[in-house]
Ligand binder design. Structure first.
Ligand code: GLU
Length: 473
């Protein structure tokens, strides 16, 4: 029987959950889902200077918003330091690693002479076979792995294929520093083993680490997990992803009004393909995701594509769910959002829900939904933008004046009944419908574009609509 799949996402909490990290997490999550396995979360917080609790919180928050769940509690790498040290000492006892008493000055001299001779800076192995009795007094040693001196280390990567590293390029690197703390390289191996990780899916910037990690696995006699190193995300111009290109935290995508489902869909296509399928629901992704579909060349981040995809998801998301997304986003866009949120009581929520079919047709992001919904929140007298002001000229205002008593006389107030009144009036007055409907829109929303104006009348209701028309007329 094959072991159940265990994947892991292992972010370093030195900043937000950036978009590349989110994609790595998504791939691990999908692979675990696909295979009926589990995804674990490990916070690689051994760098005490740079790791912060705020970053941990941002990572957990970003994953949760994206809908990527992990099994059990997040594991802190730092808290496992004693275990890392114990394994390193065990390797010394087994003759697979050794204490190195080099001083920083000696190491510096080693680097200098390598440089002078045009060699890459490698540890020269001077303590590898030296008798520990020669250890200088009072010097705390580091532990170095005994790396193979010749031959090669190969990684059979699921994405990159077989990648071969000549062992002469991999020196006896440190696994436990002289202060007793593990190096990143060593901690990752011990943790992945102890967590029962079967598949490592991560960015290909870790590919050379994989070779060093394979040496540690070999020394410990542990099985190397299946590895899949995914090409990094580049900008649209092919250069390394910069902030301008979208190298932002997941929280920034939330604040820009992207839906988690759209971002998942966009991210899965960023480096993975199933034929030419572009739109994939999360269930479809789970059904289809595989390591074989991950491409070998870097993918390019394309905001326009994300935006189009998001528009698609907005149109196909149920109205009530969009109202909830609006509420979430209002919490993340500063004072303007907080102001609107304060006004979002039960009645306002009902109006927003009623307006949603019209709003979602013209919005590509939740921010655009919010912007389109401004007229619901606005207090009288409405702020009127320039174009709307132009519509409220003499002719426009007189049309509104004529409409008022007719609308007021309506026994029932609905999109259909108000539309009938407006059409009848336009016909009588010999005006094109737009000549009446546009000033009406300006009066009701303060803008020249909005959801269909009869829907606006229905959503605002009789009293508010008539009051706004009166203000403008
Ligand atoms: N902590 C590493 C990073 O954030 C990932 C290490 C790994 O996946 O093995 O890049």
């Amino acid at each position: 029987m094959t072991k159940p799949v265990v994947t892991r996402f292992a972010p370093s909490p030195t900043g937000f959950l950036h978009i590349g990290g989110a994609r790595t997490a998504l791939f691990n999550w999908l692979y675990a889902r696909r295979t009926g396995g589990t995804m674990l979360l490990r916070i690689e917080d051994t760098d005490r200077e740079r790791s912060t609790q705020a970053a941990v919180d941002a990572i957990l928050d970003g994953l949760t918003w994206l809908g990527l769940t992990w099994e059990g509690e997040a594991i802190s790498q730092f808290q496992r330091a004693e275990r890392h040290a114990e394994v390193a000492r065990g390797l010394v006892e087994a003759g697979k690693a050794y204490y190195c008493y080099c001083t920083p000055q000696e190491l510096e001299a080693m680097r200098e002479s390598a440089k002078a001779e045009g060699r890459p800076p490698r540890y020269d192995g001077r303590w590898r076979d030296r008798d520990p009795s020669e250890a200088p007094a009072g010097v705390k040693p580091a532990i170095r792995i005994k790396a193979p001196l010749d031959g090669e280390t190969a990684i059979d990567d699921q994405v990159q294929g077989r990648v071969v590293f000549p062992n002469k390029d991999l020196d006896d690197f440190i696994i436990l520093r002289s202060d007793g703390t593990p190096t990143y390289m060593h901690a990752v191996v011990v943790d992945d083993h102890d967590m029962g990780v079967t598949h490592i899916i991560r960015g290909d910037d870790h590919l050379t680490n994989a070779a060093r990690q394979a040496i540690i696995y070999g020394a410990l006699g542990w099985d190397i997990p299946v590895m899949a190193h995914i090409p990094l995300i580049h900008g649209p111009d092919g250069a390394k992803l910069s902030k301008r290109h979208g190298a932002l935290g997941v929280d920034a995508y939330r604040a820009m009004g992207y839906l988690p489902a759209a971002l998942r869909n966009y991210l899965v296509r960023l480096g993975w393909a199933h034929g030419d399928a572009e739109i994939l629901s999360t269930d479809e992704m789970i059904e289809l995701f595989d390591l074989a579909g991950i491409g070998r060349s870097p993918s390019r981040f394309d905001f326009a594509k994300l935006e189009n995809l998001n528009g698609h998801y907005i149109r196909s998301t149920p109205d009530a769910e969009l109202v909830r997304h609006v509420e979430t986003v209002l919490d993340h866009i500063g004072p303007t959002g907080a102001d609107l949120k304060a006004k979002l009581d039960e009645a306002m929520r009902a109006k927003l829900l009623a307006a949603m079919p019209g709003l979602k047709e013209r919005a590509k992001t939740v921010l655009e939904l919010i912007d389109g919904a401004q007229f619901l929140f606005a207090a009288r007298p409405l702020p009127v933008d320039e174009r709307a002001a132009a519509l409220l000229d003499e002719t426009g205002r007189s049309a509104l004046g004529a409409l008022l008593p007719r609308l007021d006389a309506l026994p029932d107030w609905s999109a259909a009944s108000t539309e009938a009144v407006v059409r009848a009036y336009a016909e009588e007055a010999g005006l094109k419908l737009g000549k009446v409907a546009q000033p009406l829109r300006a009066a009701l929303t303060g803008r020249s574009t909005s959801p269909p104006v009869f829907d606006v009348l229905a959503v605002l209701g009789r009293d508010e609509s008539l009051a706004r028309i009166r203000d403008a007329a």
